[in-house]
Design a protein around this ligand. Structure first.
Ligand code: FMN
Length: 214
């Protein structure tokens, strides 16, 4: 199964890639059996949503949407490297999520939130609500980085021990949930829904399952 780490800031002088590269290395060394890949939204280069049909129809007209759809469809779990702008998730992230729907369904997501004084807390809470709307499952554990620039040295992010521990726990949680959800996404396999091992990591799942009548 593939864990896709997604760098979400697209602005010049962003610190997102530095934090993304740090987390990517932690994830590779603590992969819990997951294949780990890194994606940069600045390279995906999506314009503001320009598809005429709701993404659940999967009727995409533009090449950039087809490429983005394939990146997400072929991934089983996500960690978003997520800054906070004005107490919200960045518009680049919201736009990238809105492009798709089925591709996100029943996949676990985690967050490395960062910012100034808020450390990305508001952004992560905001982003969790958005991911629930596309029926992804946010895990409870997040990594929160306050005053991220103070831990930067040129292009290198120097993590604190608490941040490394939080990152490892989050990857463990994602691996457990990813395994159960992967089974659940297999067509016709309702047995997996009865599993409870991911309950404690993704307390939102009951609401999501009730929405689809399971
Ligand atoms: C438009 C804007 C709004 C911001 N709002 C907040 C905020 O509400 N809370 C916070 O903790 N940091 C805030 N910050 C600080 C950013 O989180 C910080 O600069 C971070 O490095 C941005 O990520 P990036 O460099 O990868 O784009 C804001 C920065 C920008 C540019």
């Amino acid at each position: 199964m593939k864990l896709n780490i997604i760098i979400t800031s697209t602005r010049p002088n962003r610190v997102s890639p530095c934090i993304g590269k740090w987390f990517y290395e932690v994830a590779k060394q603590n992969n819990n059996g997951l294949q780990v890949v890194l994606t940069d939204l600045a390279e995906v280069n999506l314009p503001l949503l320009d598809e005429p049909y709701h993404p659940s129809k999967h009727h995409y007209l533009h090449e950039h949407t087809k490429i983005w759809s394939n990146i997400i469809e072929t991934s089983d779990a996500f960690v978003f490297i997520l800054p906070e702008y004005n107490s919200c998730a960045p518009p680049s992230f919201v736009n990238a999520i809105d492009y798709l729907y089925n591709e996100w369904n029943f996949k676990p997501v985690g967050f490395v939130g960062y910012g100034a004084i808020n450390g990305g807390r508001h952004s992560v809470e905001n982003a969790k609500s958005l991911m629930e709307a596309v029926m992804a499952l946010p895990v409870e554990q997040s990594v929160i980085i306050e005053h991220a620039v103070e831990q930067m040295d040129d292009d290198t992010f120097h993590a604190k021990d608490t941040q490394i521990s939080a990152a490892k726990r989050m990857i463990e949680n994602i691996a457990v949930v990813a395994s159960d959800l992967h089974e659940m996404r297999t067509p016709g396999n309702l047995e997996a829904v009865k599993k409870v091992s991911w309950n404690k990591f993704a307390p939102w799942h009951a609401d999501i399952l009730s929405q689809v009548g399971r």
